[in-house]
Write a protein that binds this ligand. Sequence first.
Ligand SMILES: *Cc1c(COP(=O)(O)O)cnc(C)c1O
Length: 419
Amino acid sequence: MASGTRALQQLDQRFCWHPFTQHAVWHDPLVLVSGEGALLRDSEGHEYIDGNSSIWTNLHGHRHPKIDAAIRAQLDRVAHTSFLGLTNPPAIQLSAALCALWPPNTLTRCFLSDDGSTAIEVALKMAAQFWQLTGHPEKRRFVAFGGAYHGDTMGASSLGGISTFHGRFAGWQFPVTFVNSVAELAECTTGTIAAVVIEPLIQGAAGMRLWPPGMLAELRAWCDVNDVLLIVDEVMTGFGRTGKMFACQHENVVPDLIALAKGITGGYQPLAATLTTERVFSAFLGELDRTLYYGHSYTGNQLGCAAALASLAVFREENVLDQLASQISRFTELLTRFQTNRHVAEVRLCGFIAGIELAGFPPDAMAGAKVCVAARKFGLLTRPIHDTIVLMPPYCITDAQLVQCVEAVERAIEVVAGH
Ligand SMILES: *Cc1c(COP(=O)(O)O)cnc(C)c1O
């Protein structure tokens, strides 16, 4: 079997099809072989800080002893068993633990699936079917926001407001109305809306764009008045990213449905959860045809649920959210240096998520991509969104590594700007 870097790259080029990748121009990918804490190591032995937490998934670092041990212990029992008509301890415990993170009698039901997209997909089906079952089949339209990203399966991409990703499939999409603010909702015919879907506080794939403070609470109030379900997509923001366990907590909002994925397992396994209320769940009880006919083969996967339970234990046992508060202050302070950088238009910050938007490069110069490639030389691995450099490190990052991240971006910008 090939193991040298070159041989692996050639095999990759021959057999792999990568996500979001133009293979005609992409070559010599980094081959990542191991990780430890906030560091990743490539097949040539170079080390990099995992500056975007392996595309927004990792929380407590790679090879965290407690999560590793939990997965190994589960592996010694069984890796996977079906959740259709059967159950298993880690899936039960995880469902209870996720509901317990919300005020009593609010979000009380947990539906497990595999990815952010599937968590959204099931939320859409729950919302549409809920209105059918409660005598309002006319409530079948969804409202989403311009610039939104909710995943790439067909239902989830119907809600997407980024034309590069979603435009091509417009002909297959669900009935969705796009708005850009809560005020614009006033123009919608509310009687036909099943649900509004939002990324709370910050839109990720749009380039780390912040909503005005108070907007989420305003949206909750609008949904209540108009009897519309609120679906919150915390696939990126969940599990501490914004400084609180969930972004909704910043505005004391409880949604009717919430999608959780990415960080749910600490970044170890594909797993997702859609939580909802007893009001929604109980509408599905009764005759057989009220059933939610939705599921995936790996629903309730025991290894994934064991990892997720271990990640929640790390939050408790290592006081992660308390620690994170001081790391966020430090991160904020370190990023102020970009205020005087003439190649930076703006730094958008939300908890432990930063979007550093470049300025002064031609729009088609791929400056964001070039800065991220240049940053590798300074030991940082991350990925841009157009000309916005994303810094979103694992919570376990050390102070020295955090400084290195910010300096690597600064130096990489200098390299690309030609200083
Ligand atoms: C990543 C992401 C998704 C999609 O999740 P996948 O696991 O990639 O399917 C959905 N919503 C948001 C906000 C995301 O960041």
